[in-house]
Design a binder for this molecule. Sequence first.
Ligand code: FAD
Length: 375
Amino acid sequence: MGSSVAYHLVRSDPGLDIVVVERDPTYTNASSALSVGNARIQFSLRENIQISLHALEVFGRFGEEMSVEGQRPDIRFRPEGNLFLHVPKAYAEVESSMALQKSLGGEVEWWNLEEIANRHPFLKPEGLGGGTFGRLDGHLDGYALLMGTRAKAASLGVEFVAGEAEEIVTRRGTVEGIRVASGELLSAPVVVNCAGAWAAELSRTADIDLPVVPVKRQVFVVETPEYFDKPLPLTVFPSGLYFRSEAPGLLLVGKSLDEDPEGYSFSWQESRFTDLLWPGLAQWVPSFDRLRLIRGWAGLYAVNTLDGNAILGEWPDLEGLFHANGFSGHGLQQAPAVGRHLAELILGVEPTLDLSALGTERIVDKKPLSEASLV
Ligand SMILES: Cc1cc2nc3c(=O)[nH]c(=O)nc-3n(C[C@H](O)[C@H](O)[C@H](O)COP(=O)(O)OP(=O)(O)OC[C@H]3O[C@@H](n4cnc5c(N)ncnc54)[C@H](O)[C@@H]3O)c2cc1C
């Protein structure tokens, strides 16, 4: 998010002095480097659908747009589709989300059980009512997205500084800059808090109580006993359990669980896959009772505890302090639209997308948005 906001700012106004302060330039623990890299238009909230439609457009032209001195970054965007499976009683809600997605230009189709069985004969659809398939949805390499955006921003004059933002400095309702760990004050009329899962800690230094908490999520890489004739789409079961092809014979598997711990831990547990996820997988896909766990990893969702959606914009009564955080499990795909939107807000330009519903006022007023498709 930091790189994307900076890129869009410098592209709009090359004369600006823009500094991105990053504590860990290796991005080892950054969620952007640890995500599953999925992009989908299958949301119920208009803004989330529009943001993803923009992402699919940008991912298609990313190499060209972000090329630096003739070198084109490759984010390996693979539009292999997303299949959300639903229980029968969910149909009414799903139908209205699909209608909205289509009305905004998205491609999504309803698969009944026969269709699912034809396309994915290995699935046992008992208890399901059908599925929604987003044909143009897909996945990409999140680290490459981050590094490509960062390199382009740097090539246009953005300065990337290795350091820790320790305090947002304010005076009489106006931001004055940030104090970094060395003690130096970086003066700035505009500060954007893009600290991901650490965003609430940083906001606290400006007396802002941001409802964003770090929650550990784990992903597992498993080997399948058989090869499929083509990559399997990201398939999401009604319980939130998901898998997708990563390479021939390899799947990624994950699930957000209520008991996932808050905090800054990056360890992963084999038992979580074997005890909690594997039985569910084998229930839906009988041949998956013979999977082999290869490895796993853990990363942090920056969970917005109010409503699970992005928090975008200037903080009320604190001039110059902007937020771009709280993305929970769908922020990677939001980076292009959020970067553009924040740049537009900062520069006072009419926003291309009306994302005011995702603004900070709802956080202060504690008025949650409703998004039915959080994973
Ligand atoms: C397992 C997992 C799977 C996911 N899958 C998907 C997916 O399929 N699709 C999707 O769209 N999203 C997914 N997400 C969510 C997505 O990864 C995040 O929403 C997105 O990457 C957030 O980007 P960000 O820039 O806000 O945060 P980050 O990428 O975490 O970047 C924040 C940066 O801020 C730095 N920082 C923090 N505090 C300070 C400070 N005080 N001073 C200086 N630097 C600081 C950190 O070092 C970090 O590099 C997933 C996340 C996880 C963990």
